[in-house]
Write a protein that binds this ligand. Structure first.
Ligand code: CAA
Length: 380
């Protein structure tokens, strides 16, 4: 595998790095502490083409590859993990499936403004009583003359409070031995589609999520994404790509925690020398750097496979599993290196620690990634 970045990939990464350093990093602590939605950062990400990175230009996107997307996700997330996941949901969980499965009219009318960042998308799979076991959802779609009627609730919907559209999954056929699901796109303002107040969470405070409700929500036939009855495959193949985005978010958080730890270790003195001279600190820094590099290699491999059109379900899960758990371990060590200051909200490492933790949960917990990896292994 050749991991030399192309000139275009380096340019895109450097643009994101510069933007993140100038316009996001100085605000990250304030966004975390206030819990505000970073509207101005979302607008700038739209201007830079970061909200529809892999969507073809004819549908409003930047027409770039998945590796470029992973590079930008790492840069944005290193500055602010909340901004990273806002970007990731719009790209991976909304634009990607619309681009792959959407009808020409859905691509023209909905994908195009979302990929341009003029509108925002979100993804509704999880429910109050079904997270990991996604198939057992309660939300139903009933066929009626000229369309469908949705009933149910979805929760932990990242971007939900601000999104103009939701891609939502519902059971539409219970007649056979296995239920069948269908994917629908629902615009905000559709009668019967409502949202609760934003959730209160441990981290990623700027990335708002909420529960959404569908109560006799009437949709036209044109709202169906992909084939009727094949929605679960739409959801699963979307997550194959989404997990690369979350792995990249974890890389960004981990890198930020490592970078600040290296700087601190060179400045802070104990026993008459900078703590970087103590082997105890050096060993921690070495483990952090090694885990970060390993996570990045797994993530870039999955991204490259997606770009080549190779099946990458297992590799995406490996990347997400390893990168997310590594990010938590790296942020944990970053706090240890900082000592008491690491536990203080005056330093960024406690934010990295809180932000890292969600990457082990959303878009499939670590346990689900292990199930996916084992299933691929055992299939042979
Ligand atoms: N691509 C395409 N199709 C797939 C697939 C994939 N990666 N994985 C499975 N399928 C298909 C299977 O082929 C199968 O089809 P057939 O019946 O025709 O053979 C069908 O889907 C069912 O597959 P399984 O029997 O493997 O399904 P399962 O019920 O055992 O569950 C699971 C599999 C992996 C556990 C799945 O439920 C899962 O991924 N759960 C986790 C859900 C998740 O990640 N949720 C995240 C929500 S989004 C989010 O978090 C967003 C956010 O906030 C940022």
């Amino acid at each position: 595998m050749d991991f030399d970045l192309t000139e275009e990939q380096r340019l895109v990464r450097d643009t994101a790095r510069d933007f993140a350093a100038r316009e996001i990093a100085p605000k990250a602590s304030e966004i975390d502490k206030s819990g505000r939605w970073p509207a101005e950062i979302v607008s700038r990400m739209a201007e830079l083409g970061f909200l529809g990175m892999a969507v073809p230009e004819e549908h409003g996107g930047a027409g770039l590859d998945t590796l470029s997307y992973a590079l930008v996700m790492e840069e944005i997330s290193a500055a602010c993990a909340s901004s990273g996941v806002i970007m990731s949901v719009n790209n991976s969980l909304f634009c990607d499936p619309l681009n792959k499965y959407g009808s020409p009219s859905l691509k023209n009318e909905i994908l195009t403004p979302v990929a341009q960042g003029k509108k925002l998308g979100c993804f509704g799979l999880t429910e109050p009583m079904s997270g990991s076991d996604a198939q057992t959802m309660a939300t139903s779609g009933e066929k009626v003359s000229g369309g469908w009627v949705l009933n149910g609730a979805k929760n932990w919907i990242t971007n939900g409070p601000h999104a103009d559209f939701i891609l939502v999954f519902a059971i539409t056929d219970r007649s056979g031995p296995r239920v069948k699901h269908t994917a629908f796109v629902v615009p905000k303002g559709t009668p019967g589609y409502t949202q609760a107040n934003p959730d209160h969470k441990l981290g990623i405070h700027g990335a708002h999520s909420c529960t959404v409700f569908f109560e006799n929500c009437k949709l036209p036939d044109s709202a169906v994404v992909g084939n009727v009855g094949e929605g679960f495959k739409v959801a699963m193949s979307t997550l194959d790509g989404g997990r690369i985005g979350i792995a990249s978010q974890a890389l960004g958080i981990a890198r930020a925690a490592l970078d600040v730890s290296v700087s601190y270790a060179k400045e802070r003195k104990s026993f008459g020398v900078p703590i970087a001279q103590h082997q105890a600190i050096q060993f921690m820094l070495s483990d952090m750097a090694t885990e970060l590099d390993a996570a990045r290699l797994l993530t870039w491999r999955a991204a490259t496979m997606k770009d080549k059109g190779t099946k990458h379900t297992m590799q995406s899960s490996e990347a997400k599993l390893y990168a997310s758990e590594a990010a938590t371990r790296i942020a944990h060590k970053a706090i240890q290196i900082h000592g008491g200051y690491g536990y203080s909200t005056e330093f960024p490492v406690e934010r990295h620690y809180r932000d890292a933790r969600i990457t082990e949960i959303y878009e499939g917990t670590s346990e689900i990634q292990r199930i996916v990896i084992a299933a691929s292994l055992l299939k042979g």
